[in-house]
Design a protein around this ligand. Structure first.
Ligand code: ASP
Ligand code: MG
Length: 454
């Protein structure tokens, strides 16, 4: 069997839900289990509704709730044609929205949201989407079975970032999912949501739908996990910067992780780590172009894999150079600097340090000035704003000194302020003034990825 996960954009509206039904119907012979996110944007609306309730802001709450309800009613009436099915679905939605309103009202009265309450509220997105999708499937030739994901996804009680309990989930899968799959049914579950042993609702953290897919795939021993999204897969560069960017057919898990860290927003590999450990191939596929090949993410690089995978890039960083004014060796200097930024929630992308000075590449945020002040008077701090990171990613960088040499000399030509090699074996990163990023990315892409394609 396989797991097919459809993200928020793939189920954002009726027409797309119908398309998802077609995609699943074409793959019924592979015995799919379907995992869906909340309709695109809905989790953000729920976050807004929770916050508006907490501060008692009815003027913001009412339109947000109306928006939430309208989007689901609209999707339901567009994706479900049969009157009786639509009628039942609408009754179910009535009940769910009544619950949602009541919970939000109680938060407004209490003026406080506990992590447990927040999870209960956030879970409405996936509870609603899975119902609507299952109903739409049923009348389009997909023998769907709607399930409450919380009965299968058992987790610990760290609300907001709950940890799946794999042995527990495996037992629930054997009990609840496997018999359905064996009987030719297609279980439809919400991603992102779970529950503790005692039945309290939990969530796995934003973007957690991919984690759900990976965990269900592992628990079921799936042949394959498919992450359906709104792009063709991972690319050799950001297609917004480089018109010639190509789709990557296969990348290793390590390369995918680097790509995600340095800019590609397709998927967070940490979420699929359990699947990779279990050697289950993970595919990224486009639900708007279901016949495209997509990208396969493998545990290890394929033996015929190209040495370099992609050039990733990301804006919104700055360089912070901190120099000690003491002219003697100061052993506690580096930890002190890192700690000051860490306490402001700033995690560096790069660190280059010497005895008396350190340069950090940090996300561009206001807290940088505060952290610099925390360091006190015996350091000098210089902040370089509007920088960007570019990173060449490829498993070949670890093993092949010739490739590494070529990459470094090509990078030198685009005049970076800072280069980081070896932080991870499979990438070389460089930092530039943001204004020069686009031409640097194009140039490196041309040098390493366009000729190779010919
Ligand atoms: N709906 C959740 C979110 O928006 C989970 C997900 O889509 O993966 O974060
Ligand atoms: Mg997502």
């Amino acid at each position: 069997m396989i797991v097919m996960k459809f993200g928020g954009t793939s189920v954002a509206e009726a027409e797309r839900i119908v398309r998802v039904a077609d995609i699943v119907r074409d793959r019924l012979d592979r015995k799919p289990v379907v995992v869906v996110s909340a309709l695109g944007g809905v989790t953000d609306l729920l976050v807004r509704a929770i916050e508006a309730s907490r501060v008692g802001d009815r003027e913001r709450l009412e339109p947000t709730l109306a928006d939430l309800e309208r989007r689901h009613r609209w999707a339901a009436s567009g994706a479900v044609e049969r009157n009786d099915v639509r009628h039942d679905l609408n009754l179910a939605l009535d009940a769910v929205f009544e619950d949602l309103r009541q919970l939000l009202r109680s938060i407004r009265i209490l003026g406080e949201v506990t992590p447990r309450a927040a999870d209960t509220l956030l879970a409405f997105g996936e509870r609603l989407s899975s119902r609507i999708v299952a109903a739409a499937f049923a009348e389009r030739g997909v023998p769907a079975a709607k399930l409450d994901a919380r009965e299968v996804m058992l987790t610990d009680d760290s609300h907001g970032a709950a940890e799946p309990d794999l042995p527990g989930i495996r037992a629930r899968c054997d009990e609840l999912l496997r018999p359905l799959v064996e009987a030719g049914r297609v279980p439809v579950l919400g991603g992102f949501i779970g529950s503790t042993q005692s039945g309290e609702t939990t969530t796995l953290g934003r973007g957690g739908g991919d984690t759900s897919a990976a965990v269900f795939g592992c628990a079921m021993g799936a042949e394959e996990i498919q992450i359906w999204t709104d792009v063709d897969g991972l690319m050799t560069a950001d297609p917004k910067l480089v018109g010639e960017a190509r789709l990557l057919r296969r990348v290793s898990f390590a390369e995918a992780a680097e790509l995600a860290f340095y800019g590609a927003k397709v998927l967070h590999p940490a979420t699929i780590a359990p699947a990779v450990q279990q050697q289950i191939p993970v595919w990224v596929l486009n639900s708007m172009q279901p016949d495209q090949t997509g990208t396969e993410i493998l545990g290890e690089p394929a033996c015929d894999a190209p040495k370099l995978a992609a050039v990733a890039s990301r804006r919104g960083v700055c360089t912070v150079r901190v120099a000690s004014k003491r002219m003697r060796i100061d052993p506690g200097f580096l930890p002190r600097v890192l700690d000051a930024f860490d306490r402001r929630g700033l995690v560096p992308d790069f660190v280059v340090s010497s005895e008396v000075a350190v340069t950090l590449v940090l996300p561009e945020r206001d807290q940088i000035e505060q952290a610099a002040r925390d360091l006190g008077g015996d350091v000098e701090v210089h902040v370089g704003r509007e920088r960007a990171i570019l990173c060449i990613v490829g498993a070949g960088l670890a093993a092949d000194t010739e490739v590494r040499g070529r990459v470094l000399s090509a990078l030198a030509k685009v005049e970076p302020e800072l280069v980081g090699l070896g932080g991870s074996a499979s990438s070389v990163g460089a930092v530039f003034p943001a204004a020069g990023l686009e031409s640097a990315v194009r140039r490196l892409h041309r040098e390493f990825f366009e000729e190779a394609a010919e």
